[in-house]
Design a protein around this ligand. Sequence first.
Ligand code: ADP
Length: 472
Amino acid sequence: MLNVLFVASEAYPFAKTGGMGDVIGALPRAFTKDVDARVIMPLYSTIPKKLRETFKSLGHLYVQMNDKFDYCGIFTCDYEGVIFYFIDNEAFFNRPALYGYFDDGERFIFFCRAVLDAIPYLDFTPDILHCHDWQTAAVPYLLTHQYRMIFPDMKSVFTVHNMKYQGVYDFDHINGYLHLGFLPSDLEFYGRINLLKGALYSADLVTTVSPTYAEELKDPYFGEGLEGVIREISDREVGIINGIDESCYDPRTDSALTIPFADSDNKKAENKKALQKHLNLPIREDVPMISMITRLVEQKGLDLVANVIHEILQMDIQLVILGTGDSVYEDLLQSVAYNYPDKMSAIIGFDEPLSRRIYAASDFFLMPSKFEPCGLSQMIAMRYGAIPIVRETGGLKDTITCFDSKTKQGNGFCFATYNAHDMLFTIQQAVSLYTETPELFQDLIKKAFNTHSDWTLSANTYLAQYQKLLGE
Ligand code: ADP
């Protein structure tokens, strides 16, 4: 049995802001045998009370941060067969949101140190620490440079879920927390400290979340300044596509849905009706509903949408957007929705149950990303019978292929160039298939329902990589 401790800043259902939370909630469960995978994460005050009530204390210790010692409580729980550990510190994690604070660098270096200090207190000895994104990037760095004597054989795996976020801070602000006297070259980034760079150099294996993104990262357009490092370490970098938890995203059993449905019945239409009613949109079964559920940031192609939104709304469609993020997009979408009350609804916020009702109600799911490491939303959308319209990049390219009405090959609608009018043209094609050849559209929906994006294959690929790392 191989022991793997997932180190992450979020995991569904405890805390989630995006796809990484889904991944950490699902992947450990996908290892049925051979791997005992557990998770360690911060104990945020936002974790639902019902879940927090199941936590048990394992004790506490003090973590050295610069010249002070910070309290660190350790809690644990068993959630649906997976053991979770939680690092508690009120000053760092009793906040209304997970990220976005002036001291995020300090908060997550504390978390990383606390994880390494807490390991001897756990009833579990990891062979591998599998760390995710910049918030945990100090773990491979500290393991290699400061904790090697304590854990001589422990390996580290680092997964890049999004290269855009690297944890870059001024040396003077965080050097004390990393116990650094000078700025070493494997952390240095334009005179500052780059935590993600340190992880890329220190981890025994670097993975990213799709084969296409693994290649794209070598290119300056995607590499966010670290493309040279990725090229340098490419012999220990692999791309492994994410999956989704198909039991969690199942329209037959999803309690968030107004009317749970199966591919064989006609109840998806009732979900559309219920959502139209809820959002005050005209109740029409025949109108194609296009949705987006997303962080409202440039990465997700919001500038393309903004560019041609009036043209999109000239079509006989309904557009539903749920998201939160940059205020420029939030304001724009709200004002356009205000001007097209019969065609568009923009809901600003993060709302898990509503997101599921939107997937279930929609005919199309729009994801025109500028870059997309993997993307889970397109897979979730297909589970609920919403056909993806995507730009061919990263994981979108690996999961969605263009539908060809002659050969009936393909499972969605795609465009290659990051261009608003290419996107508009693709949306028009999708809408015309819906209205003019409904029988072809129904075939596409059936195909979406029958697409399996579960974790089995990817979990086996991770297992093979873990075994290789340990020389098994
Ligand atoms: P990313 O991780 O880049 O945000 P993904 O497509 O990988 O994008 O994953 C997004 C996840 O977050 C999906 O589960 C999606 O349904 C969910 N999500 C995004 N925005 C919202 C929102 N405003 N409300 C509820 N869920 C959301």
